[in-house]
Design a protein around this ligand. Structure first.
Ligand SMILES: Cc1cc2nc3c(=O)[nH]c(=O)nc-3n(C[C@H](O)[C@H](O)[C@H](O)COP(=O)(O)OP(=O)(O)OC[C@H]3O[C@@H](n4cnc5c(N)ncnc54)[C@H](O)[C@@H]3O)c2cc1C
Length: 347
């Protein structure tokens, strides 16, 4: 008889099992696949480190203390200071997102500065953004940002679940512009050997309490399921291209593509100091996906060299869609999963 049976060996299941194990509970974690880690998977190919899930995290206190407890602090790598630079792909090419871009489209923003604090019922990202920022910023910044993070549409996703900080600012300050403090530097981190370092170490600590290739449910006082929730999940294709030279014409995090451009390509992440580019797009077969990525490299980034690494990944049903009315479902994102795990373990 186990104190707790945990279903699913992604970061939520592993962290839940870890927190319970730390409290002296007898736990068993069952994972249906051959490996634990869930969406967190890092692999080395042709000398490049490829992340198939999350690439970097913001330094949330609980995550950092977990990392310290696991003895992984010396494995952390902080992202380059250039990473706060992000671009949008408009008709005229890549445009850097700067405060100036906001000011240029600022007519509705002047009014925004005087908005009073208000606690509104749950609403879509589009309805919030139009009220605060007007149509240009909604369609050219909020829309691609939402596509890049949540894969879904600003017309259907809930602001409360996807950008809770904006909701909080509206409730407490009224104006987002008055309340928001823009970070001067990006603070993101990963691990020398990739994000999987975290889930591998949790699995190591829990050795003997994990069964892979298993969906069995032995007797336990409590069962905690971290498998999929009853909601829609979107799929996406990620093509990664690696180069022998470094291309630094666009330093930064990457670019996003607004949906009004009508392209299959949704965005691109720059990695490995300009040698590795990951293109996110709608679900596509391998050949079509490579064609789009190779065209983007040439036309958008101006790179003519042949890539030395070509990698294709179809992430099936990967991204949960938090539409209106799903406030009861667990959150997305590694930091949020770890806090969820702690609250499962404590309650
Ligand atoms: C491409 C991509 C990029 C991302 N980028 C970021 C990022 O940059 N930052 C960030 O914070 N988050 C990011 N995320 C989100 C983050 O990866 C997830 O929120 C998090 O990994 C989810 O962890 P989880 O344990 O809840 O679920 P999962 O990782 O899905 O794990 C659930 C596990 O349960 C197993 N399972 C399912 N059913 C059963 C069953 N019946 N029996 C046993 N086992 C079962 C599955 O095989 C799986 O291993 C990204 C996600 C994706 C897909």
């Amino acid at each position: 008889m186990y104190d707790a049976l945990i279903i699913g060996g992604g970061i939520t299941g592993l962290a839940t099992a870890y927190f319970l194990h730390k409290k002296g509970q007898k736990v068993l974690l069952v994972e249906k696949e051959a490996r634990v880690g869930g969406w967190i998977r890092s692999e080395k190919k042709e000398g490049f480190l490829i992340e198939y899930g999350p690439r970097a995290l913001r330094p949330a206190p609980l995550t950092l203390s977990l990392i310290e407890e696991l003895g992984l602090t010396d494995q952390i790598v902080w992202a380059s200071s250039q990473l706060h630079k992000r671009y949008i792909y408009l008709e005229k090419g890549l445009i850097r997102i700067t405060p100036w871009l906001f000011i240029k489209h600022s007519l509705p923003l002047l009014r925004e500065l005087f908005l009073k604090p208000v606690d509104r019922p749950e609403e879509t990202i589009a309805s919030f953004s139009l009220r605060h920022f007007g149509p240009w910023i909604t369609n050219n910044i909020m829309d691609p940002l939402t596509l890049g993070i949540y894969g879904g549409s600003i017309e259907s996703l809930s602001l409360d679940r996807t950008f809770p900080l904006l909701k909080k600012l509206e409730r407490e300050k009224g104006s987002i512009l008055r309340g928001m403090q823009l970070p001067k530097k990006s603070t993101l981190f990963s691990f020398i050997e990739g994000m999987q370092t975290l889930t591998d170490r949790l699995a190591q600590v829990l050795e003997g309490s994990i069964r892979v290739n298993s969906t069995e449910t032995p007797e336990a006082k409590r069962v905690i399921s971290t498998a999929k929730a009853e909601m829609t999940y979107l799929s996406m294709t990620v093509v990664t291209l690696g180069y022998s030279k470094r291309y630094k014409q666009f330093p930064g995090f990457g670019f996003l593509v607004p949906s009004h451009r009508g392209l299959s390509l949704k965005g691109c992440l720059f990695q490995d100091e300009g040698r590795l580019f990951s293109f996110m797009m709608e679900p596509l077969a391998e050949e079509a996906a490579f064609r789009i990525a190779l065209e983007a490299v040439q036309e958008i980034l101006g790179i003519d060299e042949k890539p030395i690494l070509r990698d294709y990944f179809l992430a099936k049903e990967a991204i949960p869609q938090y539409t209106i009315g799903l406030g009861h479902l667990p959150p997305v994102g590694v930091n949020a999963c770890i806090s969820q795990a702690l609250s499962y373990a404590e309650n």
